[in-house]
Design a protein around this ligand. Structure first.
Ligand SMILES: Cc1ncc(COP(=O)(O)O)c(C=O)c1O
Length: 391
């Protein structure tokens, strides 16, 4: 019997994980024992009880939503369950009252999740999409903010940005972006999937308006579950289109009594208007267990642990000719460290060879991406360096 106690740098809650060094949390995280057992408990209840499983499932799904709200410093009513990051972006892109001629500011190099729905909304509403390059932010956060200022000065209704960039691990200065956006009357939508769970992010301190985040990366839960944060102050401006029967106040009253089946119930006045219908409750059971582990470990402790790990990885790669894209300023760093290959080296070949050697990494857009989380221990580094030397 394995103790269900999480400890930084200790992977005993992942007894069957094959890779000797799992450094691909920026893609898909492995499931810990508590997550797997929470999923199995949900499955067993569904097998034996069907409808009778529902109270347990909804209790765990609520726990996941409340836990996520605590992780980002939101109030419970400001968070809705959604199926993916994309679903959260789409919900707001279709609800925001963009007008003809409005400008939507996006970033060149973003994961398309935070681009495609805005392009579609802009096309439908006659708004205009403009891109700010990420390169100035990569050079210095101040230089990046100056480039953003120049774009905002031309007018802006919405800024959409990732908290952490998926390729380079660049952490965007969210508080500064929100302050500038608000000064010109724009709202800020954040794709939080590469941050929440490992890089501390507080929606009140940063002042952002919306955030979407799915389960399977830094939250370390199963795929197909996620959350959408809608700041209460921004909710009143929205005209939700992406709604369903669960979006109403007292949406389930008709299931429990006569004369309650009505179509005129008001829509929920908080984020939960976007919950639409039933959710991936099994996945949320697993996610609840993972969020409990993360809360138990503490956001700051996880962050410090991963930074110490990356502080050791970085010089090893640099010594082997890789160029580090980890930001020079601590505020621009995250739990992802990416490296550009030495001349003539094919990153994808290195990613595959490392995989064969038991080191799980990813290589988006030609960069070697190292993404450790709380279970990683620096003793694994030898596996990485020895494999790199062999390749
Ligand atoms: C920055 C970023 N946003 C979004 C996603 C995925 O979005 P979704 O949850 O909609 O699949 C990824 C990776 O898969 C990502 O790296």
């Amino acid at each position: 019997m394995v103790a269900m106690h999480a400890q930084l740098g200790d992977r005993s809650l992942f007894p069957d994980l094959r890779a000797g060094a799992y450094l691909a949390h920026a893609a898909i995280s492995p499931l810990s024992l508590p997550v797997a057992e929470s999923l199995r408990a949900g499955v067993a209840l569904g097998e034996t009880g069907g409808l009778a499983a529902f109270p347990h499932l909804i209790e765990r799904a609520d726990a996941a939503r409340d836990g996520f709200a605590r992780l980002i410093g939101a109030r419970p009513g400001e968070v809705a369950r959604v199926s993916s990051t994309s679903a959260g972006v789409s919900a707001i892109a279709s609800a925001l009252a963009l007008r003809s001629g409005d400008r939507v500011v996006l970033f060149e190099g973003e994961f398309p999740t935070n681009v495609t729905p805005w392009q579609a909304a802009a096309r439908a509403r006659g708004a205009q999409v403009v891109f700010v390059p990420l390169a100035p932010f990569q050079r210095s956060l101040k230089e990046g903010l100056a480039a953003l200022d120049a774009e905002l000065a031309r007018g802006c209704a919405l800024v959409a940005v990732s908290a952490v960039q998926f390729q380079t691990g660049l952490a965007m200065p969210l508080a500064e972006i929100a302050e500038r956006a608000h000064a010109v009357g724009a709202r800020v939508f954040v794709d939080g999937i590469q941050a929440v769970g490992a890089t501390p992010l507080d929606v009140v301190a940063t002042g952002i308006d919306f955030l979407a985040c799915a389960s399977h990366k830094w939250l370390m839960g199963p795929m197909g579950a996620g959350f959408l944060f809608v700041a209460q102050a921004a909710r009143a401006e929205l005209e939700p289109l992406s709604v369903g029967w669960v979006s109403h106040v007292d949406f389930d009253a008709f299931l429990f009594g006569p004369g309650e089946l009505r179509y005129d119930r008001p829509l929920s006045s908080d984020a939960r208007v976007f919950e639409q219908g039933v959710h991936n409750f099994l996945g949320l059971c697993g996610l609840a267990a993972s969020i409990e582990l993360l809360e138990g470990l503490g956001a700051e402790a996880i962050w410090n642990h991963v930074q110490a790990y990356l502080d050791r990885v970085e010089p090893e790669l640099v010594a082997r000719g890789w160029r580090s894209l980890r930001h020079a300023e601590p505020a621009g760093r995250s739990t992802i460290a990416s490296f550009a290959p030495p001349a003539g080296v094919d990153t994808q070949h290195v990613v595959e060879s490392l995989g064969e050697a038991g080191v799980a990494v990813t290589g988006p857009d030609g960069l070697l991406r190292i993404a450790p989380h709380w279970p990683n221990a620096s003793a694994e580094l030898e596996l990485l360096t020895a494999a790199l030397d062999r390749i």
